[in-house]
Design a protein around this ligand. Structure first.
Ligand SMILES: CC(C)(COP(=O)(O)OP(=O)(O)OC[C@H]1O[C@@H](n2cnc3c(N)ncnc32)[C@H](O)[C@@H]1OP(=O)(O)O)[C@@H](O)C(=O)NCCC(=O)NCCS
Length: 310
């Protein structure tokens, strides 16, 4: 048997839909565009397996891995999943998600771990597979494709403007290879992100789909990423009693006035957000230039404080 894994071709479609139906897997939402994200395992000319992925921002939904029963347990399924992971990494996907009712142990062996449905990113929870096609009792699993070496948490009170801008800018400037990942949170989060914060990010072509306001208590829970740096952006959050962050992160304060408090014409308000974006962008560029692996926390803290004055 000589297996090769190659991209979907239009001539594969009838066979692909029939194999999915045989395995009782969803076909109703598979569009022509989605078919282009399937990989096919071939034994010479014979098609023997398939796997597909949907891309949603920096998250991917791995779906529909099926191998013809005659060649199961020969490594074809594992190779298909690996091929999808390679493809997803090239697309800048940071984490793959999946729902499975039948093959939890198969995916666990490939490095996927259980995940609560409600914790999946909004873009993944909104997929038809999540909303209606996969049985409610299915296991939700995920696998990070990019494991950051440093985590940064930006804090302010409402988590609707400054900290959201900082999170989006850092995650944009830190390429997947850059290995730094930012989050943001608030001590008293507002119900949603300020529309002008979203507008300024969109103006600068930064992704916004994964952004949401959240309480900072999410990050002192078991299983939360362990922060290396915690940066407060508003004076009020800096004065409030923070949770005790596990791992003793380096903390600093980058005080910035609140663009959301600026009043005046629509143009004046937008300008205030643009200025906040500009200052944060400059500071975060300098932050990413720092030797983040520096072992002396006081040297890191001093440099962070200097950046916060710029
Ligand atoms: C799940 C599936 C894709 C695995 O394909 P495969 O080519 O047999 O996988 P591999 O050969 O790479 O790995 C096989 C190993 O995974 C295990 N495995 C396979 N299917 C499994 C399942 N449904 N649950 C748990 N473990 C499973 C096998 O026991 C085997 O272990 P072994 O080598 O110790 O015997 C295949 O069984 C299949 O098509 N199943 C029906 C469709 C399905 O349930 N897909 C998953 C949901 S999207």
């Amino acid at each position: 048997m000589t297996i090769s894994i190659t991209p979907f071709e239009p001539a594969d479609e009838t066979w692909l839909r029939a194999l999915l139906a045989t395995a009782h897997l969803a076909t109703a939402d598979i569009t022509t565009e989605m078919l282009g994200n399937f990989m096919i395992a071939r034994d010479d000319e014979k098609r023997v397996g398939l796997a597909g992925v949907e891309f949603h921002g920096t998250s991917g939904l791995l779906r529909s891995v099926v191998v013809e029963s005659s060649v199961r347990s020969t490594g074809v399924g594992s190779r298909l999943v690996e091929a999808i992971e390679v493809r997803a990494r090239k697309r800048g996907i940071r984490e793959l998600f999946l729902l499975t009712a039948t093959a939890r142990d198969f995916f666990a062996r490939l490095g996927y771990h259980a995940y609560t449905r409600s914790e999946a990113p909004e873009s993944i929870r909104a997929t038809r597979e999540f909303v209606e096609l996969c049985p409610r009792g299915s296991d939700c699993m995920s696998k990070p494709l990019w494991i950051p070496t440093h985590y940064v948490l930006f804090l302010c009170t409402g988590n609707s403007a400054r900290s959201i801008l900082a999170e989006a800018i850092l995650n944009h400037l830190a390429t997947p290879e850059g290995s730094v990942r930012a989050f943001s949170a608030g001590s008293h989060p507002k119900s949603g992100i300020h529309p002008l914060a979203l507008a300024i990010l969109e103006e600068n072509h930064l992704p916004t789909a994964e952004l949401r306001t959240k309480n900072w208590s999410e990050f002192d829970q078991p299983g939360a990423p362990r922060m290396d740096f915690v940066i407060t952006l508003c004076d009020q959050a800096a004065q409030e009693a923070c949770p005790i962050w596990p791992g003793h992160p380096v903390t600093t304060h980058w005080g910035l006035s609140d663009p959301a408090s600026v009043t005046g014409s629509a143009d004046t308000m937008r300008q205030a957000f643009r200025e906040t974006y500009r200052v944060l962008h400059r500071r975060i560029e300098l932050f990413l230039d720092m030797p983040l692996g520096e072992s002396d926390p006081s040297a890191l803290k001093t440099r962070l404080q200097e950046i916060g004055q710029l």
